[in-house]
Each structure stands twice: as structure tokens, then as C-alpha cells.
Design a protein around this ligand. Structure first.
Ligand code: HEC
Ligand code: HEC
Ligand code: HEC
Ligand code: HEC
Length: 468
């Protein structure tokens, strides 16, 4: 929506895989439909991955891009400074017990730091797949074009350490020479195809969000080959992801306390944003995160991609008749409400895991536990669809509230059923609440559960390498 009057629907009605659903009816109940396996190569006209090589030709864009390096004082919920989510909300360690996010989970910083932050994360080890580079460097499409996409994902992270040198930059979003916006990542092209859509037909306006959707989306690593896949076959809503992961029988890990099979959402920014009024009215990511100015008769886009709250006079005020204070207040009001819903859901989900863990201690069988484990897993997935997406609810306020309401409802249903199970097995009171009031205390609390779960997993599958 760069020019007024060019408001367009970003994503017309999603063509869900109707044929696939049709098959589901004719096969026995236990069999799941197989989803089509779509694989493409990166585009032919890749730009140079070296960001500095564009400095001379495009000084304004290059200089502002380089400023994503700046550290800044944080805004209330986001910003370009450091933020340790686990320290702010220690109960997250319980929600992710047995998964690397319980070890370290920090707020995103500017694009300039993407590679450096990846190299130093405590969540990486020698088994980490190269797939992890996918959203960090313009060297990725070049390596994919040379090695093939499938081989790239199949290789280990360490295989490309010398080669992945440039942080997110020009060639991630632009074609060589013409500097036209371009999709350099096969994952997004495949995600679009899975919805029955052709990304080469996207409008110029849509491209101002789609370049971001190469990375700011939900994804998972599919199969042994760690193939990067967006769960978009049924659409972009939380319910569509639920159905997708259920159909392929995918889980990221088994919860160390409750034994539930869990799915971790990544950062479905694009998907959540599509559900909002801004999204439906064709406002693009770039409208708020990359405002443009006329300079010497030419449009110059600010490439310092950051929180729009640092420059509301150029972002919100470009379309809304608000003072900077009014704009910020609007955002904070929406975010405070979302934060409150998130907190409530986190408390209830924490209790649900602890109560299932207690039912296990009391002797409930796996068969008895299956329904409640399914409920806690589903509730946490819905919560995470919002929790993991950036913007603290601003990107789609109403949808965020709806999905968090659903998460709370399912989590409470889980707790009621678990309570009945505990009673059946002789429980006399509530589960004692552990002291998880700091990150260190919460991590210490989950440690014995994580160790016991790892031991049990090793005993159940000898010779199978631990999950990387
Ligand atoms: C209508 C304006 C608007 C649009 C359009 C928009 N955003 Fe945002 N975005 C915001 C606001 C406001 C925040 C919250 C910033 C804060 O709290 O400091 C935000 C936050 C973010 C953050 C976290 C920033 C940080 O500092 O950690 C990311 C990442 C993000 N948006 C990505 C996107 C993507 C990707 C799209 C398109 C799919 C998009 N946004 C569309 C307004 C917008
Ligand atoms: C190649 C992948 C990729 C693309 C393309 C991409 N991003 Fe990002 N973005 C990231 C990653 C990774 C981070 C976190 C970097 C870190 O924390 O080190 C990030 C961080 C951000 C942040 C937080 C910045 C801050 O200062 O806290 C914002 C805002 C953002 N992206 C918006 C966008 C928008 C808008 C687009 C499209 C115009 C976009 N991104 C395109 C991968 C990408
Ligand atoms: C995350 C995606 C992204 C990255 C990274 C990126 N750009 Fe852009 N660039 C955009 C978007 C979006 C526009 C606006 C295009 C439009 O409206 O059609 C743009 C516009 C431009 C333009 C057209 C003139 C203008 O300023 O609007 C030039 C030139 C340009 N970028 C150069 C660069 C250079 C050089 C780099 C690397 C230093 C770079 N871009 C990195 C997304 C990106
Ligand atoms: C490119 C233009 C554009 C930009 C930039 C923009 N908006 Fe909007 N905004 C719109 C449009 C269009 C609507 C929908 C108006 C309608 O249909 O009634 C809207 C609606 C809203 C609404 C009402 C949403 C609802 O669900 O009822 C809020 C709040 C809002 N904008 C806040 C912001 C804030 C805060 C920023 C800056 C971070 C911002 N907008 C940036 C165009 C924009």
C-alpha cells in the first residue's frame, strides 16, 4: 500500500488442498492422507551475496541497511536491544521442558546480527542441520544453486561455516542488477504452491510483504533430510497448522514432565498478520517497517528494518492522523491486553503439565493419559501461534485474542480431565506448585525431568542418536 488507492487483498481465498481432504474420507480411519511433496530450486538470477558490493551503487539503501547493526533501548515489548524471554517469564522453561528453547530464548535483534547470533546460540551443536542457515544469510541461495536444495538441507551446519559470511542482506530480497524484489528461498515458493498459488503472479504490493515471508513464518524440518517446510497446505490460521501437523503426525519433542508430544511454533509473523484488518486492507510489512521518503525526486526506502515505534512519525503517521504519543499509546494498549492473555494462558498451561506429571506419578497409564496429553499439546500449540509471533499481538489484535481464548479453553478442559484421573488414582489435594520464580530456579526444577526423559528415550531406542 505504497500509494493510496492501491489497497488490495494480500491473500485471496486460500485454495486448501480439497482433493487431499477427499481422499481422507475413503481411507480407513487410522490412515492419514499423504500431502503432496513439492520441491523447487532457487531462482536463476541470484544477486551477489556480498552486501558490501552494493554500497557504491546504492549508498542510501546500503547505509540504512547497515544501521540494523545499532543496539537501542528497547520499546515496552520489543526493540533492538537485548531481551532474555526466559528471565522475563521463567515458566516458559516448564512449557518447553526437554526442548532447547528452555535453555536459551532471546528477543530478535537487527538483521545485521543474524549470523553472529546464530553462531553463538547455546541451542546449536555438531548435529545441527545446515537448514538453520536458511533465514540468516544471502549466501544460502547461492549454496543451494550449487549443491541443490535437498543436499543443502541434508548437510550439517558445520559444513558451511566458512561460506556463510554475510548476514541477511540485499540478495535475500533483490534480484541482481535490476534490484527488483525477488523470492530467493524455495521454502516460500513451495509453501505457496502447497496452497495452490503461484508466487510469480504476486503483485508488487504483495512482494513488499512476501520478501519478509521468506523467513518470518512458521516452519518445520521435515524428515531425516531436514527439508525446510512451511505447514501451509491447509491455510495460514492456527487451526490449519493444527490440522497439518496432525495429518503428518509431526511433533518436535516429547515433553519431559507431562510426556505429551509437542509442536513448537517458530515465528508465524506473516501468517498472523494476514488475519488482521491491516493485512486484509493490503498494508504491507514494508509500510510499517521500511518507510520511504522522496529524496532528489526519487523514492528512497529506509532499510533500517526495526520496530516502527522508533519512528512512528514516518510509519503510522504516514496513514493515520495521530501524534507520535497517540500512535505509541494505541500500540501499547493493544500489546498490554495481549500480554495479559498470554500470561493467563502460560499459568494454566504450566499447571496442566505439572498435573499430568503428577497423574503419571500416581500410576495413570499411557492409555489413560493420551487424551489429556493431546489436549495440553493442542492448547500449547495455539498459545504458541501467538506467543512466538512478533509484535506482542499488534499484528492482529482480534485474532490473537481469539486464538489465546481457544488455548485457555482447551488447557482448562485438559486440567479438568487430568483432575478426574488424579482422583481416580488416589490424589487427595492439588499439585504442589514448585518455586519457578526465576530462570535459574525453573531450569533447576526441570533438570531431573529432562535427564530422566533422555535416559528413558535412550533405553527405548538404543543406537538412535539423540535429537539434534
Ligand atoms: C501496521 C503496521 C505494521 C505492519 C504492517 C507490520 N508490522 Fe511488524 N510490528 C509493528 C509494531 C507496532 C510492532 C511492535 C513494535 C514494538 O513493540 O516495539 C511490530 C513488531 C514486529 C517485529 C518485532 C520487532 C522487534 O523489535 O523485535 C517483527 C519481527 C515484525 N514486526 C515483523 C513484521 C512482518 C514480517 C510483517 C509483515 C508480515 C509486519 N511486521 C507487518 C507494526 C507493523
Ligand atoms: C533471510 C531471512 C529474513 C528476511 C528475508 C527478513 N527477515 Fe527479519 N529477521 C530475520 C531474523 C533471523 C531476525 C533475527 C536476527 C537476530 O536476532 O539476530 C530478524 C529480525 C527482524 C526484526 C527485529 C529487528 C530488531 O531490531 O529487533 C524485524 C523488525 C524484522 N526482522 C522485520 C522484517 C521485515 C519487515 C522483513 C521484510 C521486509 C524481514 N524482516 C525480512 C530474518 C529475516
Ligand atoms: C528484507 C528485504 C530487503 C533487504 C534485505 C534489502 N532490501 Fe532493498 N528493498 C526492499 C523493499 C521492500 C523495497 C521497496 C520496494 C518497492 O516498494 O517496490 C526495497 C527497495 C530497494 C531499492 C529501490 C529504491 C528504494 O530505495 O526504494 C534499492 C535500490 C534497494 N532496495 C537496494 C538494496 C540494497 C543495496 C540492499 C542491501 C544493502 C537491500 N536493498 C536490502 C527490501 C529489501
Ligand atoms: C500504509 C498505511 C498504514 C500504515 C503505515 C499504518 N496503518 Fe493502521 N490502518 C491502515 C488501514 C487501511 C486501516 C483500516 C482502516 C479501515 O478499514 O477502517 C488501519 C487500521 C488501524 C487500526 C484499527 C485496527 C482494527 O483492527 O480495528 C489501528 C489500531 C491501527 N491501524 C494502528 C496503526 C499503527 C499503530 C500503525 C503504526 C505502527 C499503523 N496503523 C500503520 C493503514 C495503515
Amino acid at each position: 500500500m505504497k500509494e493510496n488507492g492501491r489497497i488490495k487483498l494480500m491473500l485471496p481465498t486460500l485454495v486448501a488442498a480439497v482433493g487431499v481432504l477427499g481422499i481422507a474420507i475413503t481411507v480407513p480411519q487410522t490412515a492419514k492422507p499423504t500431502l503432496p511433496d513439492i520441491q523447487v530450486e532457487p531462482p536463476k538470477t541470484l544477486g551477489s551475496p556480498d552486501n558490501t558490493s552494493y554500497a557504491k551503487a546504492f549508498p542510501d539503501e546500503y547505509t540504512s541497511w547497515k544501521r540494523t547493526e545499532e543496539a537501542k533501548e528497547n520499546t515496552k515489548y520489543a526493540g533492538s536491544g537485548f531481551r532474555d524471554y526466559l528471565a522475563d517469564h521463567p515458566e516458559l522453561c516448564v512449557l518447553w521442558a526437554g526442548y532447547p528453547f528452555a535453555i536459551e530464548y532471546n528477543a530478535p535483534r537487527g538483521h545485521y546480527h543474524a549470523l553472529e547470533d546464530l553462531y553463538k546460540t547455546g541451542r546449536r551443536n555438531e548435529k545441527t542441520p545446515a537448514t538453520c542457515y536458511s533465514c540468516k544469510s544471502p549466501n544460502v541461495p547461492t549454496a543451494m544453486a550449487r549443491d541443490t536444495v535437498r543436499t543443502f538441507y541434508g548437510n550439517k551446519f558445520d559444513h558451511y561455516i566458512g561460506e556463510m559470511k554475510n548476514p541477511i542482506g540485499c540478495a535475500d530480497c533483490h534480484e541482481l542488477k535490476t534490484m527488483k524484489l525477488q523470492i530467493s528461498r524455495p521454502g516460500l515458493i513451495e509453501g505457496y504452491k502447497a496452497m495452490g498459488k503461484d508466487i510469480t503472479k504476486a503483485t508488487k504490493e504483495e512482494m513488499r510483504s512476501l520478501v519478509c515471508a521468506q523467513c518470518h513464518v512458521e516452519y518445520h524440518f521435515k524428515g531425516q533430510g531436514k527439508y525446510l517446510k512451511f505447514p501451509w497446505d491447509f491455510g495460514l490460521k492456527a487451526e490449519d497448522f493444527d490440522k497439518y501437523y496432525d495429518t503428518i503426525g509431526f511433533s518436535d519433542w516429547t515433553h519431559a514432565i507431562s510426556g505429551a508430544k509437542m509442536v513448537k511454533m517458530q515465528h508465524p509473523d506473516f501468517e498472523v498478520f494476514q488475519q488482521s484488518l491491516h493485512g486484509k486492507r493490503g498494508v504491507s510489512c514494508a509500510d510499517c517497517h521500511m518507510p520511504s521518503e522522496t529524496k532528489g525526486g526519487k523514492d528512497v526506502t529506509d532499510h533500517q528494518i526495526q520496530s516502527p515505534l522508533y519512528n512512528v512519525d514516518k510509519t503510522c503517521a504516514n496513514c493515520h492522523n495521530w501524534t507520535p504519543d497517540q500512535a505509541r499509546e494505541r500500540v501499547y494498549e493493544i500489546q498490554d491486553r495481549n500480554r495479559e492473555m498470554l500470561n493467563r494462558a502460560q499459568r494454566v498451561l504450566t499447571s496442566a503439565h505439572l498435573e499430568i506429571g503428577d497423574a503419571m506419578k500416581l500410576g495413570a497409564t499411557d492409555e489413560e493419559l493420551l487424551p489429556v496429553r493431546k489436549l495440553v499439546s493442542k492448547a500449547q500449540m495455539y498459545w504458541d501461534y501467538i506467543a512466538a509471533s512478533n509484535g506482542m499481538g499488534f499484528h492482529a489484535p482480534q485474532e490473537s485474542a481469539r486464538v489465546l481464548g481457544k488455548a485457555l479453553d482447551i488447557a482448562q478442559e485438559c486440567r479438568l480431565k487430568t483432575q478426574a484421573l488424579r482422583m481416580k488414582h488416589g490424589a487427595t489435594g492439588d499439585v504442589e506448585q514448585p518455586d519457578i520464580s526465576s530462570k535459574a530456579k525453573a531450569q533447576a526444577y526441570i533438570k531431573p525431568f529432562v535427564e530422566a526423559a533422555a535416559k528413558a528415550a535412550a533405553a527405548a531406542a538404543p543406537g538412535k542418536p539423540p535429537r539434534g
